[in-house]
Design a protein around this ligand. Structure first.
Ligand code: BTN
Length: 290
């Protein structure tokens, strides 16, 4: 990125930020392999490798905590990564590639729920900046008019003694105009659906603002009790027939909503309520992606 553009974009972002910590420490890159990979490198660099002694652990925790809220942004990724070992197409034109480092003061078992918290926040921010109705496809894709505009990849590093580092990677097809043939069926961009470009840096700031608000609501309970309604209100699958694809096979059911822990609740044709935990399972609509 040429330095003057970098400064202008930084300014737009910083002026729109209303947060205490999210996005306050910002790293911009013209090109990275992956913003999630860069976040991991940064954590390693700041905390160092040796953590064998107790007093060093306290120092490690302090250093890791200092990274809470850090945001890494890249204009382009050469090895963008998606969920389930897939890649994430990350060309220079029109994409937003961002990763937060979070140090939640929560038990490790609560951390996977953060990905649903992020989905609520990103969905709200996209709606606010674009004026379009966007929806969440469980667990954390954001869709507009039935096609995907955003994916979220949450990863965890760190030892139990110093608490987990959460890396929350968000990829958005913001102003992208072209997609390769194999992505065209299920992917779109905000600009394509709106018919005009959006301000990407304003969207990044709005994501920081929304995420901090929802994160505080989540942290109050350590689960999704207070956010279930916010999530389900925008859940594209709710009340619809879905196809659950598991390693062992697939079955049909009606998506009822989510549990307080973020699992998808599905009523099967045999009237059994299944609790679908994110991971290896994929959820599809009856005819396709939605
Ligand atoms: C998905 O499969 O839907 C998740 C895609 C997540 C992509 C983002 S782009 C920024 C961050 N860096 C990566 O390498 N991946 C995530």
């Amino acid at each position: 990125m040429d330095k003057s553009t970098d400064k202008i974009e930084r300014k737009i972002l910083e002026e729109a930020l209303e947060t205490k910590s999210l996005g306050r420490r910002l790293f911009f890159y013209e090109q990275l392999d992956s913003t999630n990979a860069q976040a991991k490198r940064l954590i390693k660099e700041i905390t160092g490798a040796d953590n064998s002694k107790e007093q060093e652990n306290t120092e490690l925790t302090r250093r890791a905590d200092s990274l809470n809220g850090t945001l890494i942004l890249a204009e382009e990724q050469t090895a963008g990564r998606g969920r389930q070992e897939r890649g994430w197409s990350s060309p220079k034109e029109g994409g937003i590639y961002m990763s937060f480092i979070l140090r939640p003061n929560l038990p490790a078992m609560s951390c996977p729920m953060l990905t649903l918290v992020a989905a609520i926040a990103v969905n709200e921010a996209i709606g606010r900046v674009s004026g379009l109705e966007s929806l969440i496809k469980w667990p954390n894709d954001i869709v507009i008019n039935g096609k995907k505009v955003c994916g979220i990849l949450t990863e965890t590093t760190g030892l139990l003694s110093e608490g987990p580092n959460i890396i929350l990677g968000i990829g958005i097809n913001a102003n992208r105009k072209d997609f390769p043939e194999e992505l065209k069926i299920n992917a779109t961009s905000i600009a394509k659906e709106k018919g005009s470009d959006i301000n990407s840096y304003l969207l990044v700031a709005e994501i920081c603002n929304s995420l901090e608000r929802y994160y505080d609501k989540f942290a109050a309970r350590g689960d999704l009790t207070l956010l279930k309604q916010d999530y389900e209100k925008h859940l594209v699958n709710k009340g619809k027939q879905v196809r659950i694809l598991e390693k062992e096979g697939e079955y049909l059911g009606i998506a009822l909503g989510i549990s307080e822990q973020g699992a998808l609740l599905v009523e099967t044709e045999e009237k059994e309520i299944k609790t679908i935990v994110s991971g290896e399972v994929s959820v599809r609509g009856i005819l396709g992606y939605i």
